[in-house]
Design a protein around this ligand. Structure first.
Ligand code: RB5
Length: 148
């Protein structure tokens, strides 16, 4: 499984730690930057990861900013992206099981690296539940396509 990852300056240090962690779990990682902690705009990096996932160049995406909120708002503007901003592994598992989240966004400023690692692990290891959730997720695509 290939994982596309990026951050802004506020998430840079945590992104570097997560790149190493995700690789240590055995996944391929595409690091979409940045490559320094210089100030940048989070939408520029959210869109790179979101397009990787939406276009099939990556299976899932991970985004890190100060809160994770801006990254989620921006990534969710790309059709096909279901980005969840989470602060616990429990919510992450539910975002996978119920919402089939294909991008997770985390906070580099308010959540510890230990918790973010647990979030990323849950994100990569939890399957979509399907069943009653499948129809609901398909309605999200209906909204994107103007059918709902
Ligand atoms: C940058 O200061 C900060 O606004 C950004 O990292 C993020 O938290 C936005 O949602």
């Amino acid at each position: 499984m290939k994982i596309s990852i990026a951050s802004d300056h506020a998430g840079f240090e945590e992104k570097q730690l997560l790149v190493d962690y995700i690789r240590s779990l055995g996944y391929d990682v595409e690091d979409r930057g940045p490559q320094s902690a210089d100030r940048v705009d989070y939408p520029d990096f959210a869109v790179a990861v979101a397009r990787d996932v939406a276009e099939g160049a990556a299976d899932r995406g991970v985004l890190v900013c100060g809160t994770g909120i801006g990254m989620a708002v921006a990534a969710n503007k790309v059709a096909g992206i279901r980005a969840a901003n989470v602060t616990s592994p429990e919510f992450t598992a539910l975002a996978r099981e119920h919402n089939d989240a294909n991008v997770v966004t985390v906070s580099g400023r308010f959540v510890s690296d230990e918790v973010n690692r647990a979030i990323v692990k849950a994100f990569l290891e939890t399957e979509f539940g399907g069943g009653r959730h499948a129809g609901r997720v398909s309605k999200i695509a209906d909204i994107e396509q103007g059918r709902l």
